[in-house]
Write a protein that binds this ligand. Structure first.
Ligand SMILES: Nc1ncnc2c1ncn2[C@@H]1O[C@H](COP(=O)(O)OP(=O)(O)O)[C@@H](O)[C@H]1O
Ligand code: SF4
Ligand SMILES: [Mg+2]
Length: 326
């Protein structure tokens, strides 16, 4: 497997009137070519801030990358110039968001905004950009693309708008596509269609996808690997199979029990009791200790370290760590 992106010990903070929020607190992960990596966790755990850091879209001020490196193409994205970053955004790394309307200009036709988007990044003729746009709209399953290109965003349904946004994100053939809650605003049937679309696009283009979601149910059908975030940190990382069938972290187990599963129809869902940690003054020890049914004295005093379960499966929990015993 070829590594395409490496996030190393990323820390992101925001200055607010109430103090400094430690939104991301030492996140490390790799992304490989052609894979779908899901980042999951409850709202506020730092998923969006992590992805905005990769795109260098953290609003500064109030935010800043306090520490860490993000390697792409042998460059540390936390250090490249804004000009270089502009050349990377949308071309090498593209991003799509939950609400497709935020990415679309309501006053322009789909065709003109797609063509404009391509010509902005690539030195090609309008005709070539038009051809490329048509090709992409076909790829994402927009029927009658020649006619649809002349229409405005409001003339499309929510699901179709998200397909258009995906087409726009892919039009420059990026190596990485970051999708931040891309299906959260859509109803369940459309959600499934969009997730299928990601898989199909990936099999055709070999793009690497970072799929961000608070919904573990979304992950099962599309992700190859999963990282689970809690309180600004990664608490578990593994293949989809590891996370769904052999979860090790009490938080991951809690998340699994709080989503409906096809094979457990009729079983009661149990939400995780309690609330996430205060990121203005994060706990000294394990961030999950206050909600964890297995919490030990060591958990409140010292942060758990990464323990290897197998070469792709890691967990940060004292329960799995031989160093906590003896
Ligand atoms: N612009 C901002 N100003 C202040 N705090 C922010 C800002 N953006 C995010 N945060 C804080 O960073 C933390 C992580 O947020 P986020 O990454 O958006 O969470 P998620 O995407 O996992 O729901 C939250 O506590 C949030 O309040
Ligand atoms: S380190 Fe301790 S508190 Fe944290 S998840 Fe593991 S057992 Fe629970
Ligand atoms: Mg978010």
């Amino acid at each position: 497997m070829t590594k395409i992106l490496s996030v190393e010990d990323l820390h992101v903070r925001f200055k607010t009137y109430g103090g400094e929020v430690q939104a991301v607190r030492g996140v490390t992960f790799d992304l490989y070519k052609g894979e779908t990596l899901a980042i999951v966790g409850e709202s506020g755990c730092g998923k969006s801030v992590t992805s905005q850091s990769i795109m260098r879209l953290i609003p500064t001020p109030p935010g800043r990358i306090h520490q860490g490196k993000i390697f792409f193409n042998n460059k540390d994205l936390t250090r490249v110039s804004e000009k270089e970053m502009r050349a990377i955004r949308g071309v090498d790394i593209s991003m799509i968001f939950q609400d497709p309307m935020t990415a679309l200009n309501p006053t322009l036709t789909i065709g003109s905004q797609m063509i404009e988007g391509i010509c902005h990044h690539k030195n090609i003729s309008k005709q070539a950009a038009r051809e490329k746009s048509l090709q992409m709209l076909k790829l994402v399953g927009i029927p009658n693309p020649e006619i649809r290109m002349k229409q405005y965003p409001h003339e499309f349904s929510g699901g179709m708008r998200q397909r258009i946004v995906i087409a726009m994100a892919l039009v420059c053939e990026p190596h990485i596509l970051i999708a931040d809650e891309p299906t959260t605003a859509l109803d369940v049937t459309i959600q499934a269609q969009i997730l299928d679309l990601f898989k199909e696009i990936q099999s055709r283009t070999n793009v690497s996808i970072i799929l961000i979601t608070h919904d573990l149910g979304v992950v099962a059908s599309v992700a190859d690997r999963v990282v689970v975030m809690y309180g600004g940190k990664i608490v578990e990382e593994g293949t989809c199979r590891d996370i769904f069938y052999h979860p090790q972290h009490p938080y991951t187990k809690g998340l699994l029990y709080s989503v409906p599963r096809l094979d457990s129809i009729g079983e009661e869902l149990t939400p995780i009791p309690g609330t996430p940690p205060d990121l203005f003054s994060p706990p000294i020890g394990c961030a999950f200790a206050a909600r964890c049914p297995h919490s030990m004295i060591v958990c409140e005093k010292i942060q758990p370290l990464k323990t290897t379960i197998n070469e792709q499966h890691y967990v940060d929990c004292w329960l799995m760590d031989k160093r906590a015993k003896g």
